[in-house]
Design a protein around this ligand. Sequence first.
Ligand code: 1HN
Length: 343
Amino acid sequence: MSEELGKIEDLPEDYRHALREAGVAPLWPMMRNVLPHNAPNPVSHVGHWSYANVRPLLLKAGDLTPVEKAERRVLVLSDPGRGLGAMQATASIYLGLQLLLPGEAAPAHRHTPSAARIVVEGEGGFTVVDGERLPMKEGDLVLTPGGDWHDHGHDGDEPVVWLDALDLPLFVYLEGSYAIEGELQAQRNRPDASAVEYAAPGMVPSRTGGRGARRYPMMRYPWSAAEEALRAMARHGEVAELDYINPETGDAVLPALGFTAMMLKSGQTEQPPLRSCSSAFHVVRGSGRTVIDGIEVAWQEKDTFTAPIFAELVHEADEESFLIRIHDRPLQDKLGYYEERTR
Ligand code: 1HN
């Protein structure tokens, strides 16, 4: 039953004027905008950022703007549905490509939004999070949870680029986004937790003497381990998709953002369910195409593309391909909202 609702023009002008004077507005002409029937009405559009296109522009930013003048030298991936300069790639996900040149350091700060980086190219970059030095190798997922100090450095001799994903739009929406500046951190002189406490899958440090796990016990997820695990699943006929989780709790790695690694064999097609969460895909390696609500995105290695909520997706790989999907399912789960639909 869908009754057509009254319009603002249906009301007498003197009444509309009196409403404005009183600082109120009638709900009914606006009701369907915020509660469309049966499915939400996304503002976000499909986005596709070709790395081959963006890379020279990012390197040029390296010539034009010293890191001291940028703090973070980033080109922002704006949702085409919101327009250039929008600090969001989907409703809840901010994405940017960041460049650090050899010898540079990006100063320490901490802020309310959480971040994760997916390393796109280059050797020798590292980030220090809460005193833990996290090497950045191609494809690695590196976390900087909200509130943790982080600075970036570079010991290598070629440019390092990574994709930043933050839950920044949510914090801006909450009027809760801010940062505190600090000094570069002292680094603990040992490998990160993925190589020490969590080197064996399914095993965690024994909890003795009442000592609990840290809130974010593992902050670097090496790509080498992810690829090996995806290959093992594909070899044994399993759907090769793996969620990144907190090894102590099994929860998503960050409060609002989730990350899923996927492998597609050459020629493989995949039709995932329609999901209420928005998604961004980063191509770690490979090439192929994804049809998103009828729009074809032909992707190459290191490209990034986005899909709105409840999009119909068909992935097809032209060669063996690895992608990481960034999504906001953890937030939607917390709200008791996450939903999947079959087509
Ligand atoms: C930030 O702190 C970083 O620490 C990168 O590398 C991108 C985008 C918006 C706000 C803070 C970083 C960011 C950011």
